[in-house]
Design a protein around this ligand. Structure first.
Ligand SMILES: [Cu+2]
Length: 511
């Protein structure tokens, strides 16, 4: 579970916290006279061939991905989900604002769908945009339980001729549980298999041996971009897919969703410059953009023009360069998308090691604002280097201080100390000089940012509202594949309580 949800659920969590707050006022109104739009999704196991081998997958209405569910804003969605398997399942509606009970996270908000039963989801659609659905049970998403969810606006907000949904994903011929078991074993099997491991002689030749040692000390093999070997990456279930039905000059709105279990992609386009018009379901200030990054679970809409002299290639390249997939729009000769070069892992490792040294072994820096900088040392001293004994079932010292039932409590302690009481932090001198590197720059892809995404509306909060600070220290043991927030392994049962009528600021501190 962890490897699938490590990135996307963090994002989702924040989203849900915010959306539930907005939502509670808007939806309880009268839904009786809304037009009902019904779908039935049947989930069952089936043999599929996605990467040169027939293996067992899980299909939705017989296909991977499942069908595109299309709605119009203001409709009342009724979706029956039939479970024709011998195991439980669930469907989570990613990015939709809906009553908690229909959110689809089993045992947390929604009952699981038991074998042989049908569950009725129903909710009013008070938004428009590109979204998606996926199983939230075990590792079923990796096996195929995902599809797109499109809500057209009541009145069109953008001009184009036709639409095309492109669902991106990654495929393994292995049983997803075996993938996870291999990850937890902590070897480099997958990076060797996909040819992205970095041999030691290469590391030494480039003067990165010190950096490598530093990584080993922190129980990491090296700078890694992606952890799982995938024999295929897919667009709408295929490695190569053709859309000859689009004609020269037509403007097509591509609704692109990264439904992969653990792969983020670079997206590149052939032909004229595409216009990025929407992100995660919301229209943004339109911007011409070709090479664009899409993280797991993100959605982006682009408007492209079908070329007069051929078919344009839309290409996805896995972030670690281990594979790609293409969709061709139009007909005739190929107008290729630009190539994306493989990331320089040794260079990244050197860069990260350098930053690590500057940061100091135990100093963390947190800068909510320049004028009110606080320096924090996690009270329980959870540092990456100290994680060696971290284990879900048997971690003594760490667990004592931050056991599950106290998770909120310790998180809130951090909260208070950030927002109210600087002196209570009682840190040893964790002085960080101005010359030191900012947290954000720790990111592996510091040259990439999201500055091109601009909201159409102001998103500032009312300055008079109180601000609650929540600090989440993200830690983990790379070798054992355990990920934690504030020292507690991430679990779906962990709640973060937020207050109404206040601004909640969540700071993720990636250690
Ligand atoms: Cu999701």
């Amino acid at each position: 579970m962890k490897y699938i949800y490590k990135i996307k659920e963090l994002k989702l969590l924040v989203f849900l916290l915010i959306s539930q707050a907005i939502f509670s006022q808007s939806v309880e109104g009268n839904v009786d006279n809304l037009p009902v739009h019904e779908y039935t999704l049947t989930i069952k196991k089936g043999m599929v061939n996605k990467a040169g081998k027939i293996v067992e997958g899980i299909t939705v209405n017989g296909t991977i991905p499942g069908p595109v569910l299309e709605f119009t804003e203001g409709e009342y969605a009724v979706i029956y989900v039939k479970n024709e398997m011998t195991v439980e399942t669930s469907v989570h509606w990613h990015g939709l604002l809906l009553p908690n009970f229909y959110d689809g996270v089993p045992y947390l908000t929604t009952p699981p769908i038991k074998p042989g039963t049908t569950f009725k989801y129903e909710f009013a659609l008070n938004q428009s945009g590109t979204y998606w659905y996926h199983s939230h049970t075990m590792l079923q998403e990796q096996s195929g339980v995902y599809g797109s969810f499109v809500i057209k606006p009541k009145t069109p907000t953008l001009e184009y001729d036709k639409e095309l949904v492109l669902m991106l994903s990654d495929w393994t011929n292995e049983k997803p549980h075996n993938v996870l078991r291999n990850l937890k074993r902590g070897n480099e099997w997958y990076s060797m298999k996909k040819g992205t491991s970095t041999p030691l002689n290469k590391v030494i030749r480039r003067g990165a041996f010190g950096a490598q040692l530093n990584f080993w000390r922190q129980r990491m093999e090296g700078a890694d971009v992606a952890d799982v070997y995938y024999p295929a990456f897919l667009i709408n279930g295929e490695e190569t897919i053709e859309y000859p039905e689009f004609n020269p000059g037509e403007k097509i709105r591509l609704r692109i969703i990264d439904g992969a279990a653990s792969t983020s992609f670079w997206m590149t386009f052939g032909g004229s410059m595409p216009m990025l018009v929407s992100s995660d379901g919301l229209d943004v200030v339109s911007v011409s953009k070709n090479k664009t990054f899409i993280g797991v679970a993100e959605t982006y809409d682009f408007i492209v023009t079908v070329p007069d002299d051929g078919k344009m290639e839309f290409r996805i390249t896995a972030q670690d360069g281990s594979g790609q997939a293409s969709a061709f729009i139009g007909k005739g000769k190929v107008i290729p998308a630009i190539d994306v070069t493989r990331p320089d892992k040794i260079g990244m490792m050197k860069k990260m090691a350098k930053m690590d040294m500057k940061m100091g072994a135990h100093a963390l820096k947190f800068q909510p604002k320049k004028d009110e900088r606080y320096k924090i040392k996690a009270e329980y001293g959870m540092q990456m280097g100290d994680m060696k004994d971290m284990n879900m079932s048997e971690n003594s010292s760490i667990k004592e201080k931050t056991d599950h039932s106290k998770m909120n409590h310790s998180a809130m302690n951090m909260t208070k100390s950030v927002s109210k009481n600087k002196s209570s932090m009682q840190m040893k001198d964790a002085t960080v000089k101005d010359s030191d590197i900012k947290m954000g720059e720790m990111a592996m892809f510091s040259e990439y940012n999201y500055d091109y995404l601009k909201s159409l509306k102001k998103t500032n909060y009312d300055k008079s509202l109180p601000v609650n600070e929540i600090l989440l220290n993200l830690t983990g043991n790379m070798n054992r594949y355990i990920w934690s927030m504030n020292g507690v392994p991430l679990s779906e049962a962990d709640n973060i309580k937020i207050k109404g009528g206040a601004v909640t600021r969540i700071t993720f501190n990636n250690l």
